[in-house]
Write a protein that binds this ligand. Structure first.
Ligand code: NDP
Length: 488
């Protein structure tokens, strides 16, 4: 019988890989893990965690005015990136240390190296050393991709935001998904002049249309210059472009005067030192200049040049590892979880997939991952929490009742702000089950976690109705909506 160096070798030290390694080690398996970058992966180092800390940082801007409306004698404060950023990085280093010590105390051997496959049981490090394992788990995550525009490499991606030496004065964000919308709100909250281009008709494609509409409205209300049906056709360093005529500047982030100033800057100022301002021409014919262009145009699995296909592992178009419901690849000894498989690209899902893998392979209890009714939140301002079917999806296969209310919440209405929230339930007319719940509101991420339990349990509209309201809250509307706004 073949003997291996390890029972399990995990490639990738993000949330999914680390959890799988620790849980397998706890079962007595001999486990090693290789990470070429920093332990913690996308979520901890360049995703969810730093993003959420930036959400918190950015959300204070409005609270000064709100506090005054409530009788506090406070002046507007200014945000200082150079005060926030070192604190942010210190926290990320602390969390990285926590991940390393969790692996150490679990008895997982960690290799700080890139690792690729030599064959279905052999891993090779960057220095040429090889190790063997009975099972290999690919948990290499994904990375942001730039679109195929001329000069697209002038733009930054979400990974770069946390390392910006200074906060830009203006930014163009390209994309209309989670990352584009979240950073549009964050950076706007920090005082950056934000322009956003989305190529489609409405941001957040795939989510409930009514909710998407309200979020777009609220983002514009917060000062984000959102252009839908718009994309970049050309971009270049601003210093290399002739000054555009005034007419063309209408509706874009930078005006002609700012353009002139930025061009001066590009020749010798600070902006040049950090890459310089960027001239952009858009599909609507407008031109503008921005300190940065952020491409939030999707992510791609990290599976390139890993020896996967050579070892017999099938990859889908786009590079995702093809797996079955147990996360097993086309090679029996190799499994894959998380963003590398491009199923549902969320940290808690990768963790679930990692635990189901251990259950299947090391506990003798074959466990498919349940990808149904996964609640999630987009951390826009206001937040968007969602679980289950959108109204548009539900209409395809169900006869439905739609319960929906949109209103100005007490806290901000008192402060004289126009912001509205939305609570929406999609109900199956036959079974009475709540098929979908969509919330646009401050703290919607917290709310949807709890509503998600009820929806996952198969709660009916009548179950919601017999739950007594918690008053006065925004979420009480979820249990007090009596009449459908429409049926279909
Ligand atoms: P998404 O796939 O959600 O969005 C990509 C956006 O870029 C879409 O609006 C897409 O438009 C647009 N786009 C793609 N290609 C081009 C192009 N060539 N030119 C212009 N626009 C383009 O990706 P994200 O990067 O925002 O997020 C990736 C994943 O990360 C998410 O799906 C999510 O799973 C996860 N994530 C989750 C978060 C959370 O839970 N809060 C936060 C951040 C990320 P179109 O709609 O037309 O395709």
């Amino acid at each position: 019988m073949a003997t291996f160096d390890y029972d399990l070798f995990v490639i990738g030290g993000g949330s999914g890989g680390v959890r799988a390694a620790r849980v397998a080690a706890a079962e007595g398996a001999r486990v090693a893990l290789a990470e070429e970058s920093r332990l913690g992966g996308t979520c901890v180092i360049r995703g969810c965690v730093p993003k959420k800390l930036m959400v918190f940082a950015s959300s204070y801007r409005e609270s000064f005015a709100d506090a005054r409306a409530y009788g506090w004698d406070v002046a507007d404060g200014a945000f200082h990136w150079d005060a926030f950023q070192p604190h942010l990085h210190k926290e990320l280093e602390r969390l990285e240390g926590v991940y390393r010590s969790l692996l150490d105390t679990s008895g997982v051997e960690v290799f700080d190296s890139r690792a690729v496959l030599d064959d279905p049981h052999t891993i090779r490090f960057a220095n040429g050393v090889t190790k063997t394992a009975k099972h290999i788990l690919i948990a290499t995550g994904g990375r942001p991709v730039r679109p195929d525009f001329p000069c697209a490499d002038l733009g930054i991606v979400s990974d770069d935001i946390f390392d910006l030496p200074e906060l830009p004065k203006s930014i163009l964000i390209v994309g209309g998904g989670y990352i584009a919308c979240e950073f549009a709100c964050i950076l706007s909250g920090m005082g950056v002049q934000v322009t956003q281009f989305y190529r489609g008709a409405q941001i957040l494609r795939g989510f409930d249309e009514e909710a998407r509409g309200l979020i777009a409205e609220m983002m514009r209300e917060h000062g984000i210059d959102l252009h839908v049906g718009t994309n970049i056709v050309d971009m270049a360093p601003a210093s290399e472009r002739p000054a555009p005529d005034e007419e063309n500047q209408a509706g874009m982030g930078a005006d002609v005067h700012q353009m002139a100033a930025l061009q001066t800057d590009a020749r010798g100022g600070d902006a040049a030192a950090r890459g310089g301002p960027i001239w952009v021409k858009s599909t609507n014919g407008h031109e503008g200049v921005f300190d940065h262009v952020l491409f939030a145009t999707g992510r791609r699995p990290n599976t390139d040049k890993m020896g996967l296909e050579e070892a017999g592992v099938k990859l889908a178009r786009g590079g995702a590892v093809e797996v079955d419901e147990y996360s097993q690849t086309s090679v029996p000894s190799i499994y894959a979880i998380g963003d590398a498989t491009d199923r549902v690209n969320l940290t808690p899902v990768a963790i679930r997939e990692g635990m189901a893998f251990v259950e299947t392979v090391f506990k003798g209890n074959p466990t498919p991952v349940d990808h149904d009714l996964i609640p999630s939140a987009v951390f826009t301002q206001p937040e968007f929490g969602t679980v289950g079917l959108t109204e548009e999806q539900a209409r395809e296969d169900h006869e439905i009742e739609v319960y929906c209310t949109s209103f100005r919440p007490m806290q901000t209405a008192f402060a004289g702000k126009p912001g509205r929230v939305l609570m929406k339930l999609i109900v199956d007319r036959d079974s009475r089950k709540v098929l979908g719940c969509h919330i646009v509101a401050p703290q919607a991420g917290e709310m949807i976690q709890l509503a998600g339990i009820a929806v996952k349990m198969g709660a009916t509209k009548e179950d919601f109705d017999r739950t007594v309201a918690v008053h006065p809250t925004m979420a009480e509307e979820l249990v007090t909506m009596k009449t459908p706004v429409r049926t279909a």
